[in-house]
Design a protein around this ligand. Structure first.
Ligand SMILES: Cc1cc2nc3c(=O)[nH]c(=O)nc-3n(C[C@H](O)[C@H](O)[C@H](O)COP(=O)(O)OP(=O)(O)OC[C@H]3O[C@@H](n4cnc5c(N)ncnc54)[C@H](O)[C@@H]3O)c2cc1C
Length: 125
């Protein structure tokens, strides 16, 4: 079998890349060396999947050690609002908690990694 896109690594970056490629019609293969997808995603935020923060870009950048200004151009293309929309497009609704931190809603926390994995399989060409 041949693939249009091969993504190596099933962490958050690889999962998003594979889903995006699949959604855009590419026959995509995701290769993960471990036995679980999104292992670190599952332990972020104390095991509750802290996927983003709703504070304004300026404030997020102010918290980056050193000179975080390089992030302005990245955030102009894809920022925290984009992440929230992205998860909602996967059917994962988020809720805001202290200091602007965003988590999957209660029922979906444990399932968000598995949900993302299923979406990868669905999104395949
Ligand atoms: C304890 C902990 C808490 C965290 N808390 C937060 C938080 O609250 N909020 C937050 O935003 N971030 C948090 N992070 C950081 C976040 O988890 C990482 O920024 C994120 O996982 C990085 O995603 P990634 O896809 O780039 O890399 P990774 O998550 O490291 O994924 C890389 C994947 O590639 C696989 N891989 C590597 N080499 C190969 C190979 N040769 N072949 C096949 N597969 C391979 C690995 O097995 C892995 O699954 C936390 C991290 C840790 C460890």
């Amino acid at each position: 079998m041949t693939y249009d896109v091969v993504v190596i690594g099933g962490g958050p970056s690889g999962l998003m890349a594979a889903i995006t490629a699949g959604r855009n019609g590419a026959n995509t293969l995701l290769i993960e060396k471990g036995n679980k997808l999104g292992r670190k995603l599952a332990i972020s935020g104390g095991g509750r999947c802290n996927v983003t923060n709703v504070l304004p870009d300026e404030e997020l950048i102010a918290h980056i050690p050193g000179n975080g200004k390089f992030l302005y151009s990245t955030f102009s293309i894809f920022n925290n609002s984009s992440i929230i929309e992205y998860f909602e497009s996967l059917g994962v609704k988020l809720k805001e908690e202290d200091k602007g931190r965003m988590f999957p809603r209660e029922r979906q926390r444990e399932n968000s990694r598995e949900h993302t994995g299923k979406t990868v399989r669905r999104a395949r060409g």
